[in-house]
Structures are given as C-alpha cells and as structure tokens.
Design a binder for this molecule. Sequence first.
Ligand code: DQA
Length: 144
Amino acid sequence: MKTIFVLNGPNLNMLGKREPSIYGTRTLDDIAADCREAGAELGLQIDFRQSNHEGDLVTWIQEAAEAAAGIVLNAGAYTHTSIAIHDAIRGVAPVPVVEVHLSNIHAREPFRHVSKVAPHALGMICGFGPLGYVLALRALADRL
Ligand code: DQA
C-alpha cells in the first residue's frame, strides 16, 4: 500500500481553539481521523504529522523521497515565508505535493496571498476547511 505523508505546520495543533471563526471547531485529531478514513477508502496508508518547527517540516519532506508516494502539506504560516520548505519540495521532485489550507488564503490579508509552496505543488486546495485534506488525498490517489 502506498504511503502519503500529511504534514502540518505551526499552530495547527491549536485547531478547535484557535480563531474558530476562521478555522472552525474541529481539532487536528479530527482531521487526522478523516484522512485515515479517506485513506482506507482510497487504498492509501496515511502518515499524519504536525510540528511548530520549520526544520521538522523540511526533514519530513526530505524523508518523503524514500518513504512516501506523495505529500499533503499545510505548512501554516511557513507557506508564506519559507524558502527552505520551497527548496525541500523542489528537492524531492517528482514526489507530488498537494498544498492545503483550511481558510481561503486569497480572501485574507495580502501577506497570505503569496505561497512559497505553490510553484512546485501539483495543486492547491483552500477555503473548504477540513474537507480540503480529503480532496487533496483524492487528487493524489488519482495522480498516483
Ligand atoms: C492556514 C493559512 C495560513 O495563512 C495560516 O498562517 C495558518 C493556517 C490555513 O490552513 O488556512 O496557520 O495554512
């Protein structure tokens, strides 16, 4: 069975409590459960992780080159700033990356309109809340 890394960046461990008017009330554990359920339907093994540290995300993206068939990535605020994550994604090509955001980053502050992930992602899903993760897994399953 193919493994998909579902990687989550800073502050996403606070989902459920963090700005619920923007991010909703579901927790990251709830989203992990959704991903595992979708993975079981799609025949994909889900390796779900979160870190507040940029370097952890870089290391996990590198690890995916050996250990995963694809990546679903919500890099949180590092999306908008991290050249290290941008380079890591380039470095593991052709491992496909689907970028996910719970909120519609294009309908928010201008600094969120820029993504350092997008140029090397298969695609981006934003604005659909936790459903975005499941849609990203479907997109990866289709591609694989
Ligand atoms: C986010 C959007 C980012 O701009 C923000 O910094 C996050 C969450 C989202 O899922 O909507 O932490 O990635």
